[in-house]
Write a protein of this length. Structure first.
Length: 220
C-alpha cells in the first residue's frame, strides 16, 4: 500500500489531507512538527511526504534538507507563502511540487498521484544498495552522491550483474551479454574489468562475489 506522511502544525489541515488521502487508498502517517517528521521519515518506508513550510521547532525547508540528505523520498511542499523565491528555493533543495494555501484537496491528491508515479518510474531506472546508486538511464554509478570514474564497459557489466542480483554468470555469459561483437580477446577481459570495478566500488567491492570455477554474481 502507498504510504504518505502528512506534516503540518495545524491539525485541521492534517485531517483534511488525510481524509482525501484515505479516499485514494493511501496509508497515512502524521507529524505536527519538523523534528517529528524527520524521525518518522528516517524510520519508515514512505512513498510521499506532504510538508508544510511554516512550523515550530523545524521549518519545512530545514526538514526537507535533513530528510533528503538521508533518503530519496518525494516531497510536496504546502505553504501560505506565494513569494517566488520560496518556490525556487524549494525546488533547489529537492522538493518535487509546491502547492499554496488555500488549496483544493482534490488537486493536491492529483498532484500527489503524479509525483508518486513519477518517482516509482524513476526508481525502476536505478538500482540502489544503501548509498550505492547504479543509474541505468543515466549510465553512471554514484556512492553517497559522488560519481565513480568507470569506463562504459565497467558500467555495463555492473548494471548487468546488479540487474540480476544473486544470480551467477559464467565469464562466457558475461562476454556474450556485455561485449557481444565488440569482443576481441579472451575470458580474462572479464576478470580485468571485475578487478577494476571492485577497486572503484570501495566498501561495496564485496558485493561482486567470485563463483569458483565459473564466474561472478552481484550479491544483495
Amino acid at each position: 500500500m502507498t504510504k504518505i506522511l502528512i506534516v503540518d502544525d495545524e491539525e485541521r489541515i492534517r485531517e483534511v489531507v488525510k481524509e482525501y488521502a484515505l479516499m485514494e487508498g493511501y496509508e497515512c502517517l502524521e507529524a505536527s512538527d519538523g523534528l517529528e517528521a524527520v524521525d518518522i521519515a528516517l524510520s519508515e518506508d514512505l512513498d510521499l511526504i506532504i510538508l508544510d513550510i511554516m512550523m515550530n521547532k523545524l521549518d519545512g525547508f530545514a526538514t526537507c534538507q535533513k530528510i533528503k540528505a538521508k533518503k530519496d523520498v518525494p516531497i510536496i511542499m504546502l505553504s501560505a507563502r506565494f513569494e517566488e523565491h520560496d518556490k525556487l528555493f524549494s525546488f533547489e533543495i529537492g522538493v518535487d511540487d509546491y502547492v499554496t494555501k488555500p488549496f483544493s484537496p482534490r488537486e493536491l491528491m492529483a498532484r500527489a498521484k503524479v509525483v508518486i508515479e513519477r518517482h516509482q518510474k524513476d526508481a525502476k531506472e536505478a538500482i540502489r544498495v544503501k548509498d550505492l546508486v547504479i543509474d541505468i538511464k543515466g549510465h553512471e554509478v554514484r556512492i553517497a552522491g559522488t560519481k565513480l570514474n568507470l569506463t562504459p564497459k565497467e558500467v555495463d557489466l555492473l548494471i548487468y550483474l546488479a540487474s540480476h542480483p544473486n544470480t551467477a554468470f559464467s565469464r562466457e555469459q558475461l562476454l556474450e551479454a556485455i561485449w557481444r561483437y565488440d569482443y576481441m580477446g579472451d575470458e580474462r577481459t572479464v576478470d580485468t574489468h571485475i578487478k577494476m570495478l571492485r577497486h572503484n566500488l570501495g566498501a561495496y567491492r564485496d558485493r561482486i562475489v567470485t563463483i569458483r570455477g565459473m564466474g561472478y554474481k552481484f550479491e544483495i
